[in-house]
Structures are given as structure tokens and as C-alpha cells.
Design a protein around this ligand. Structure first.
Ligand code: NFS
Ligand code: SF4
Length: 636
């Protein structure tokens, strides 16, 4: 019998990081750990959310002795405004990314380089929006869908189109509670307006707007980003890949794609596959071209091409420290400016590509929708430059940690359902989406206790990946199925939890489901924008069950979050009626009212809120208790 491959532990990953840090020390460069130490103690006012610098009378800081800012704003107003600004910025990030994708969709043509890979999804989206499809050229339809999508950002009247995908009950809640988002940009602008000096000082109102601007992301920008990306580059399907730093190759040209917007990385992947480029690499003495990913660009590329994943957020410096990277290509978001300095210690070329993300120390090669026609040629030139750079690699500086784990990835909503449908093979011919019934039956019978969406980042405030992995292991041991995205998904992949044989770590029920269906217990659903897929998955289950999303034994968890995007996400997940378990405290602690509003107050608006606990073991216990409570209420 084949022996079970070991799972990779957090300690082993930490040992790899320590070894790479030694290299950094020898080279006299710092990493995030030194910078974190040099920031200690971190500002308590900032940590508690009670520092205000939104006008030049300030900065004002709230203390017992100074309970009001110069204008009279109290801790609740200040913490509330800061919190809403985080949500608005997060929403802007995902949505602006989606806008760029929409512009790319608008630039598609038969001749390429950007084409339509999923015409069925395009047609479905067009029909949903009442766009004529009969007898029309595919690309005409695509351009109109893109235009209608782009109007969602700034339309003067009405609420977002995608809201109609939710359950009737949800739509009613959003309408009645006045959190149904209007145009995406409007919610972002309104949030900035409300938090400007001399505007809203009522924390409850600020929290309500946080929900609304979050919704503009999850049921607006992110959902569009995901849909349009599928139309352009294909809906992901199940495929095998490998994760962790060991995916870097000693004898190949290593190119890293890092960031979020997949249109740049798609071109690089295609360019690296063209025969003349591959031949050129061989001519230059390399065995091949190895494109690997970091952060959400890795998730996008792995789900569509099986591109291997070098790691998640806190591994970005590690990747460069291996000394084996010819080129690091980044697009937008979650990119350490530190990379600009770090690459100077190596032969690595650091390429920035977006006007949104310009970093000193990088070479800027713009990739944008305006210049879509030349994207492929530009990508080819870059790959050739990376190949030219291969001979400059200083072998004495190279250290590639050996850890890798195989992973099965690529479970968008319909794939999850189609796979779970395999439990009873009740898949109906005339229902292309597959039936949610087997999934519902598995939950009803208790074979599955419920599901958790594991999402979010790494944060140096806690051990990298420790909370993710501990929580996931405990959940699957308790028969809770996991869908994962973003850096949480990569933590799972690096640990081995996306292997089919990870079912050995599961409780009897989940193990049976995994065996019958042939899925790993942690399902990779993609990048953070793909959390919108999770919303649709939960909605589909709720509709077939004839309940509202808030009643399901399903929760969200971001144990190591750090980004403003996570605040936007948490707000739309809560708006969808799903509790969110956080391992890092939101920066509002200086206001008891804000703490109460985000943990309890939102329950009166949309039936869900945050549960915050810095101890991952306690967090997972409260999550399981929360799932069981929902089951009791459903009488199952
Ligand atoms: Ni999500 Fe993706 Fe990672 Fe966090 Fe950053 S990569 S959009 S924000 S750090 S999970
Ligand atoms: Fe101070 Fe008020 Fe200005 Fe904020 S808005 S900096 S609390 S004066």
C-alpha cells in the first residue's frame, strides 16, 4: 500500500522562513519581521481606532482626559468613520479591479489577444440583463454586456442588478433596511462623503453604510469581476497543482506572477507557452520556463492553468530571498513596497504593470485595457527578458526550500454542486447546474454538520498560517466541509489539506462524502473576489432548501485578516446573513458602541454579526457551536 505523504506543518514552514531570513541577514536586508519589531509598540490610538486625521485641525486622539476631538467628535464617531473608510477602500479595490476586467471584456475580439473563452456564461449573463442574444455576433454581445456592467459603477438610479440573484427574503431585508447598494462608485463616494469632517457622527449610521458599501463589493464589483473573468478566461475546473516554495525550479527560468488582476498573468502564461519562447529558454541553457504564483493572482492562474503556487501574502519576500527568481511580475494589491529594495540584492527583475500600483525600484511596463491589443506581445518581450536574465543568477545565493504539497483546486460554485451531486448521482439532465439536493441531504442528515468559508490574509500579529491550518484541521475533524479562497486557500494547499487523501484527517461523515465524491475536504474556490461565488453557492442551497441564507449552518472565518478588502468582505458576508468569525480584532476597540454594533447591532439589521476571538482554538469551538445552533433552529 502506498504510504500517506506527510502533511507539512507550520513549524516546517517556519523553519524554511528562518533559513531564508538568514540569507537576508547575510545580505543586510530586512524582512517584515524586523520592520514589525521596529514598529513596536504599535500606536494604541490607531489600534483602537480613535485617532482622527480627516481634517487639518487634527490629528485628534481620544483619551479619558480628552474624550472629544476639536470638532467635538467622540470615540464612536471617530472609530466608526475609520471603520467605514476601511470598508469603502476595500470595496473600491475589488470593484476597480472588476472595472478593469470589464474594460478588457469590452476590448475582446475574434483576433485576440483577449477572446471569449466561456460563451455560455456570456450568453447567460446577457440574458440575465435582458440583452438581445439571438442571431448576434458573440463579440457584439460581449461588448454590450461589458457596457451594461460598466454602467453598474455609476448609474444614477436604482440598485445593483446582481441583487436579484439573492433569496427573496434577503432582497426584502436589504430593501427594508436600506442597505441595498446603488451604483458601486456611489456607495464608495457616499462613504467618503459621510466620513468627511462635519458629516455623520452617529456610529450606528456609519455601520449601516459599511454594510451597504460592502454589498457594493460582494454583490457588485467582486461578483462582476468573477463573472467577467470566467467569461474571458474560462470558468475554472478541477485540476491538480502543487503549492509552497519548493515549486521554484533550480534549472528553469522562474517567473513569479503576484497580485490580483489576472489579465496580465494570463498573457504571461500564454506567452511562456509559445514555442519560440520555450526554444529560446533552452538555447539559453534553461530546461524550461516556470511560471508560479503568489497571492490571489496565484489562485486565479492555478484554477485556470494549474500554475503552481509559491505561496501566500507573508511569503512574498521569501520567494525573492530564494535567489532563484528571474522576474517578479506584479499587478495590483497586497504587494509589499519592500520588494523594490529587496530585488536589488539579487539579479531579479521586478516588473510593475498597473498605473494603480507603481513601486520605486521596479521597472514599469504598463498593461491596461487601453492597450489590450499589444498585451500578448508585451508579455512575450517580458518573458524573453526573464530568459535573458537566467544567466545572471548567482548560484551561490540560491536556496530553494524543499517543501511542496500536491493540491486539487478549482471548485467554482457549479463545480462544487456538480461534485456533491455525485453523492447520490441525482444529477438531472435538464438542470445543467446540478442539484443542490445531495448537499442539502448531507447537511440535513448530519453527515455534514455544516460548512465554513475560510478566507483572508496572513497578518504578522499572529503566526503565519497557524490559525488557518489549526482551524481547518479541527473543522474537518468535526465533519464541517470547508470552502476556501485567497491566502487561506493557499495555507490549506501548503499544508496538504487540498489533497484527496486529506480525508484521513476528517470525521467519519465528511470522510464518507470525500470518498464518495472524490473531493478534498477543503475546496479551493479561488481568489478573494471569488467569495462572491460562495455567496451564490450559499444562496443556491438556501433557495433549494426553501430557507433564507441566514438560517443555514454555514459561517465565514477570517482568522488572519489584514486588508481593508477583508473589512469590505466581512460586511457583505454579514449582510448576506452569515456570521463572520475573526481572529484579528477590527480597529474599533476604543469605542464600546462600535464593538457592540459590529458584534450585535448588525444582527438586528441583517441577522448576522462578527464573533471575535484571538485564540484560534476558542474561535473554532465557537464556530462549531454557532453551526450547531443553526442546526437546532432548523430542527435538524
Ligand atoms: Ni484577499 Fe488576495 Fe491575500 Fe488578503 Fe491579499 S492576496 S484579495 S487581501 S493578503 S487574502
Ligand atoms: Fe479632529 Fe474633528 Fe478634525 Fe477629526 S474631524 S481631526 S476629530 S477636528
Amino acid at each position: 500500500m502506498k504510504e500517506l505523504q506527510e502533511f507539512t506543518t507550520v513549524e516546517e514552514m517556519e523553519a524554511d522562513t528562518a533559513k531564508l531570513k538568514e540569507i537576508a541577514c547575510e545580505l543586510c536586508v530586512e524582512t517584515y519581521e524586523e520592520r514589525k519589531n521596529s514598529q513596536q509598540p504599535q500606536c494604541k490610538f490607531g489600534e483602537d481606532g480613535v485617532c482622527c486625521r480627516i481634517c487639518s485641525m487634527g490629528p485628534c486622539r481620544i483619551t479619558p482626559k480628552a474624550p472629544y476631538g476639536i470638532c467635538g467628535a467622540d470615540a464612536h464617531a471617530i472609530a466608526g468613520r475609520n471603520y467605514l473608510r476601511m470598508a469603502a477602500s476595500g470595496s473600491a479595490c475589488h470593484s476597480d479591479h472588476a472595472r478593469e476586467i470589464a474594460h478588457i471584456l469590452h476590448k475582446t475580439s475574434e483576433a485576440g489577444p483577449f477572446t471569449i473563452k466561456n460563451p455560455d456564461k456570456l450568453i447567460a449573463n446577457a440574458r440575465e440583463w435582458g440583452i438581445e442574444t439571438e442571431g448576434r455576433d458573440l463579440y457584439d454581445i460581449a461588448h454590450e454586456v461589458a457596457e451594461v456592467g460598466l454602467m453598474e459603477f455609476g448609474k444614477p438610479f436604482g440598485t445593483l442588478r446582481y441583487l436579484s440573484r439573492a433569496t427573496e427574503e434577503r432582497q426584502k431585508v436589504w430593501e427594508e433596511q436600506e442597505i441595498a447598494p446603488r451604483a458601486i462608485d456611489r456607495e464608495v463616494a457616499t462613504s467618503l462623503h459621510m466620513t468627511n469632517m462635519g458629516n455623520t457622527a452617529d456610529a450606528a449610521v456609519l455601520v449601516r453604510q459599511s454594510l451597504r458599501v460592502g454589498m457594493a463589493d460582494g454583490w457588485g464589483g467582486s461578483m462582476m469581476g468573477t463573472d467577467f473573468t470566467d467569461i474571458l478566461f474560462g470558468t475554472p475546473t478541477v485540476r491538480e497543482t502543487v503549492a509552497n516554495l519548493g515549486v521554484l525550479e533550480e534549472n528553469q527560468v522562474n517567473i513569479i506572477v503576484h497580485g490580483h488582476d489576472p489579465s496580465f498573468s494570463e498573457m504571461l502564461v500564454l506567452a511562456s507557452e509559445s514555442k519560440d519562447v520555450v526554444d529560446y529558454a533552452k538555447e539559453k541553457g534553461a530546461q524550461g520556463i516556470n511560471i508560479v504564483g503568489l497571492c490571489c493572482t496565484a489562485n486565479e492562474a492555478t484554477m485556470r492553468h494549474g500554475i503552481r503556487m509559491a505561496g501566500n501574502f507573508l511569503q512574498q519576500e521569501n520567494v525573492l530571498l530564494t535567489g532563484a527568481v528571474e522576474m517578479m511580475c506584479v499587478d495590483v494589491q497586497c504587494i509589499f513596497p519592500a520588494l523594490g529594495r529587496l530585488q536589488e540584492c539579487f539579479h531579479t527583475k521586478f516588473i510593475t504593470s498597473s498605473p494603480i500600483c507603481r513601486i520605486p525600484g521596479s521597472t514599469y511596463v504598463e498593461f491596461s485595457a487601453e492597450d489590450a491589443e499589444h498585451a500578448f506581445e508585451k508579455a512575450k518581450t517580458l518573458v524573453r527578458e526573464a530568459i535573458d536574465n537566467y544567466e545572471n543568477r548567482d548560484r551561490a545565493k540560491v536556496y530553494i526550500p524543499s517543501h511542496t504539497q500536491p493540491a486539487v483546486v478549482g471548485y467554482p460554485t457549479n463545480q462544487v454542486i456538480a461534485e456533491l451531486d455525485g453523492v447520490t448521482n441525482s444529477h438531472l439532465e435538464d438542470d445543467p447546474r446540478g442539484s443542490y439536493k445531495p448537499a442539502i441531504d448531507a447537511i440535513k442528515s448530519g453527515v455534514l454538520r455544516g460548512a465554513v468559508a475560510m478566507v483572508g490574509c496572513n497578518n504578522p500579529k499572529v503566526r503565519a498560517d497557524y490559525s488557518h491550518i489549526e482551524i481547518m484541521k479541527e473543522l474537518i475533524a468535526n465533519d464541517v466541509l470547508i470552502v476556501a479562497s485567497g491566502c487561506a486557500a493557499q495555507a490549506a494547499a501548503k499544508a496538504g489539506l487540498m489533497r484527496l487523501d486529506a480525508k484521513e484527517l476528517c470525521g467519519a461523515g465528511l470522510r464518507r462524502v470525500c470518498t464518495l465524491v472524490g473531493i478534498p475536504p477543503v475546496l479551493h474556490m479561488g481568489a478573494c473576489v471569488d467569495i462572491s461565488r460562495m455567496m451564490l453557492l450559499v444562496t443556491g442551497i438556501a433557495k433549494d432548501w426553501n430557507v433564507d441564507t441566514t438560517q443555514l449552518p454555514i459561517v465565514g472565518c477570517a482568522p488572519e485578516w489584514m486588508s481593508e478588502k477583508a473589512v469590505a468582505i466581512a460586511n457583505y458576508v454579514v449582510s448576506t446573513g452569515i456570521d463572520v468569525y475573526l481572529g484579528i480584532e477590527p480597529q474599533v476597540k476604543g469605542s464600546a458602541q462600535m464593538m457592540e454594533l459590529i458584534t450585535e447591532g448588525t444582527r438586528e439589521i441583517c441577522g448576522a454579526g462578527y464573533i471575535i476571538n484571538k485564540d484560534p482554538h476558542e474561535l473554532v469551538q465557537s464556530m462549531i457551536a454557532g453551526i450547531e445552533r443553526k442546526r437546532d433552529l432548523l430542527g435538524i
